[in-house]
Design a protein around this ligand. Structure first.
Ligand code: GUN
Ligand code: ZN
Length: 448
């Protein structure tokens, strides 16, 4: 397909130009809506960078001739360069609850998740897990994430500090739970409000960090706590909201008991003014048409978390219904209900969930959802998610020959779609050759 080209201009004093060369792909739209016009592909392309931002993108033959003789060009030929992955829903404090056997959502929370989260009042423990988690994100090519901490303020400080140290773009917040949770993890509507205020003042808008008001899910908040969530959002424009919605049938039944006045689970959030722009709801499986229409009309987003939905046996996300109604959708790993921090592994499972609902997820749309789609869900597409000039230069370098099986499968693959599909079905962190944050290599896979 034809690729838009823009030329780097010489701006003396604006920072040295550097560049990376390889096969380059990004999205300017949703392939399910705009077809082939939604992506830009350069079989031999150059991405020009200046001061951590994209300066230009185009075919190597054209761009190289315009670069100053001393511009450093990193040679990634044979690899595939994409915008960094955007993980729209995950829990860093559940790192040690991953792969816990034998329970569905509500039992899994009580048996595995709450005990693990209880340890995050200890700042030392929180720091150690946060560091590990951020390193894993980068090892998997994820450069932006929306993350649950725990009810403890120290857990929020730890994840923001870890992300800030590596310039990772992060949206995170303190979990709010003022009922139906173990005593040691409970706050009150008022203390949760005050703690959130303090954390917003400390972290929101600092470099690449943004705060998210984080009521865990409707069953663990009173009406009063949800009311105060709205007050926080109304008094801090630009602050996010993250929560869970309609994940399992048992949870939906519990919400119906707890909130008899609500038309549906999602209506609990709607009545409290919590469906809005910059609100991201994980799962959104057991919804009806009216719920989905409200998500679209309010600009709230869904995080599709396929590994979690299959692992916990929660149900099958309806990607087509969300698309038909124009709801913003991103991909979430949802560790530790989810089973991997790899967006490649997660896209593989997304494909299988769609297969089970009689839908087909194209590889191009899958990678759109993991990049620009996620950026749109977070209202960050003016900063990240594509290689438009001026965007923050976060990118992942994938190796289509990372394993013997991948190498064998992709050797016979001519098209970009074929290569992407092999990467998402067969790939994991071994296929992430390098991850660049604001232009700089954050992590490079050591030679085997
Ligand atoms: N619903 C409420 N809390 C959680 C959680 O931690 N993980 C998942 N998957 N669903 C939830
Ligand atoms: Zn979750």
């Amino acid at each position: 397909m034809p690729a838009a080209t823009s030329m780097p201009e010489a701006h003396p004093g604006a920072g040295a130009l550097t560049a990376v060369r390889g096969e380059i792909l990004d999205f300017v739209g949703d392939p399910a809506v705009q077809g082939d016009a939604a992506h830009r592909h350069h079989a031999d392309g150059v991405l020009v960078l200046r001061a951590g931002r994209v300066a230009a993108l185009g075919p190597a033959a054209q761009i190289l001739a315009t670069l100053p003789a001393d511009a450093a060009v990193t040679d990634y030929r044979g690899k595939l360069i994409l915008p960094g992955f955007v993980d729209t829903h995950t829990h860093y404090a559940q790192t040690d609850a991953i792969a816990s056997h034998g329970a569905q959502l509500l039992e899994w929370l009580a048996r595995y998740t709450y005990p693990v989260e209880s340890r995050f009042g200890d700042p030392e423990h929180a720091r150690e897990v946060a560091d590990f988690f951020v390193q894993e994100l980068l090892a998997n090519g994820t450069t932006t994430a929306m993350v649950f901490a725990t009810t403890h303020k120290a857990s929020v400080d730890a994840i923001f500090e870890a992300a800030d140290a590596r310039a990772l773009r992060l949206v995170a917040g303190k979990v709010l739970m003022d009922r139906n949770a173990p005593e040691r993890l409970r706050d009150t509507a008022e203390s949760g409000y005050e703690d959130s205020e303090e954390l917003i003042a400390r972290w929101h808008g600092r470099r690449r960090l943004s705060y998210a008001v984080t009521p865990r899910f409707a069953p663990t908040s009173t009406e009063r706590q949800l009311e105060l969530c709205r007050r926080l959002l109304d008094s801090h424009p630009g602050v996010y909201l993250q929560s869970h919605a309609a994940e399992s049938r048992a949870e939906v039944a519990w919400v119906a008991e707890l909130f008899p006045g609500s038309r549906s689970y999602l209506d609990v959030y709607d009545r409290h003014g919590l469906l809005r722009e910059r609100a991201v709801y994980a799962h959104c499986i057991h919804l009806d048409r009216k719920d989905r229409q409200r998500m679209a009309a309010t600009g709230a987003a869904m995080a599709f978390c396929p590994t979690s939905n299959l692992f916990l046996g929660s149900g099958l996300f309806d990607a087509q219904a969300a698309l038909d109604l124009g709801v913003r959708v991103g991909i979430g790993t949802d560790v530790g209900g989810g089973t991997s921090l790899s967006m490649l592994r997660t896209l593989d499972e997304a494909y299988k969930v769609c297969q089970l609902t009689g839908q087909t997820l194209s590889p191009l749309r899958a990678f759109y959802l993991a990049t620009l789609g996620g950026a749109r869900a977070l209202y960050l597409d003016d900063r990240i998610g594509s290689f438009e000039a001026g965007r923050e230069a976060d990118f992942v370098v994938l190796d289509p020959a990372a394993t013997p099986l991948l190498a064998r499968r992709t050797a016979a693959t001519e098209t970009i779609a074929g290569k992407l599909f092999a990467l998402m079905v067969l790939g994991d962190d071994r296929a992430v050759h390098a991850t660049h944050v604001l232009g700089a290599p954050a992590r490079r896979r050591a030679a085997p």
